[in-house]
Write a protein that binds this ligand. Structure first.
Ligand code: EPU
Length: 371
């Protein structure tokens, strides 16, 4: 039911008791008690200024492709719908493009390539919105958002104040950023100025990316090297890489429109070289990658697969048969009664964590945000 627009607040759209099943890529049935559609900065400021919404906990919902809803959402849901794609600056060395947080990430990638500005092609077909991309520092096929990030604009959801952050202030890590961590309550204030956690504070409204004119293909990832060999193309164009990445993802990862999922369910864990040597002695085939800082990253998909989980189903939650790192909705994602629940997904996730810990002594950390 739509209760807005309020006479004094003409533009803001507030809805009550809103079904979210089609607003999350798992297709989990849950409702938002209060949902505000955010189509511009003013909508966030108005929500902050409204007596019934002010100082309420809030939750920003983008494409819903990296969340597990474990019940109805009590915090005010800010549904991010800010649009816009623009070239904001051209320097001798780079194009700086800006996208509204509500744009689909893949549309931004495709648009930049159509304009002749390469650099995002390895990140093609990642589900979700532009505003969600910095939150978990999305990455694929050898490129992470932080490699192309310029800056972002955000609004403090407690005070309505606008601010900008550069890459250092976002504190990007592997599938991690300042937006995933909460500041201690006692230290509330201008959180971004003190470099504290911004989860539950920042509403990202616009993201700017820097696409260097000196482009070279990013072919470090094995699957892309295989494509070069198969096709005999040693120096592919950005468009060619875009097409390859779309094909590789399409073959390995389920389409959420068909089979509900939230992409990789766990982060790839890192271990010390000593731990890795110990595991290799027991499990010689373990897939591992040395990192620049000397640590070793292990393929979580391989660990889960080795524990026999690939293709398994518990309740209505399942492990995808082509990629054990992806948990899927084996219920009916179109039916609120027959769809998987967040509880079922988390029960399966915990069972997987337990068996990986028992066999390898490694604790897997979930990647999606559990709401
Ligand atoms: N593997 C198995 N069995 C499985 C799954 C994987 O043996 O069931 C092995 C593969 O054979 C491969 C290795 O594990 O040797 C790694 O698998 P893959 O290349 O599919 O990549 P990943 O490490 O599982 C990561 C990202 C993906 C990203 C791909 C490509 C994480 C958590 N996931 O997956 O990101 O698309 O690399 O760059 O870092 C996401 O974050 O949602 C996501 C899909």
């Amino acid at each position: 039911m739509r209760v807005g627009p309020d006479a004094t607040i003409p533009r803001m759209l507030v809805e009550k008791n809103v079904p979210l099943q089609n607003a999350n890529s798992f297709g989990i049935a849950a409702r938002a008690h209060t949902l505000v559609r955010v189509r511009g900065d003013e909508d966030v400021r108005q929500a902050v200024g409204r007596l019934d919404l002010a100082r309420q906990p809030f939750f920003v919902l983008g494409g819903g492709s990296n969340i597990v809803l474990t019940g109805d959402v009590r915090p005010v849901v800010l549904k991010m719908e800010i649009r816009g794609l623009a070239l904001v600056q051209e320097t001798p060395g780079a194009w700086i493009v800006e996208a509204g947080a509500g744009e689909a990430w893949h549309d931004l990638v495709a648009w930049t390539l159509r304009q002749g500005w390469p650099g995002l092609e390895n990140l093609a077909l990642i589900p979700g919105t532009v505003g969600a991309a910095p939150v978990q520092n999305i990455g694929a096929y050898g490129v992470e958002l932080q490699d192309r990030f310029h800056s972002l604009s955000a609004i403090d959801g407690l005070t309505g104040e606008g601010f900008e952050l550069d890459a250092a202030q976002c504190a990007f890590g592997y599938r991690d950023s300042v937006f995933k961590h909460r500041a201690p309550r006692a230290q509330a204030g201008a959180a971004w100025q003190r470099g504290m956690g911004l989860a539950g504070r920042a509403v990202i409204t616009r993201v700017r990316l820097r696409l260097p004119k000196a482009w070279r293909p990013g072919l470090d990832y094995l699957d892309l090297q295989k494509k070069c060999q198969e096709t005999g193309v040693a120096r592919p164009s950005a468009r060619q890489i875009f097409d390859w990445v779309c094909a590789i993802r399409g073959a390995k990862l389920p389409d959420p429109a068909v089979l509900g999922n939230a992409g990789s369910f766990f982060k790839n864990p890192t271990v010390t070289p000593e731990q890795c040597r110990d595991i290799i002695a027991r499990e010689p085939k373990i897939v591992h990658y040395p990192m620049p800082d000397g640590s070793i990253k292990l393929a979580a998909g391989w660990l889960i697969d080795a524990c026999g989980w690939r293709g398994k189903t518990v309740g209505r939650a399942g492990v995808y048969e082509k990629q054990a790192l992806v948990l899927v909705n084996r219920g009916d994602r179109g039916d609120p009664e027959a769809s998987v629940t967040g509880g079922e997904v988390m029960t399966l996730a915990k069972a997987i964590q337990t068996s990986v810990y028992e066999r390898f002594g490694i604790r897997l950390e979930p990647e999606p945000v559990v709401v």
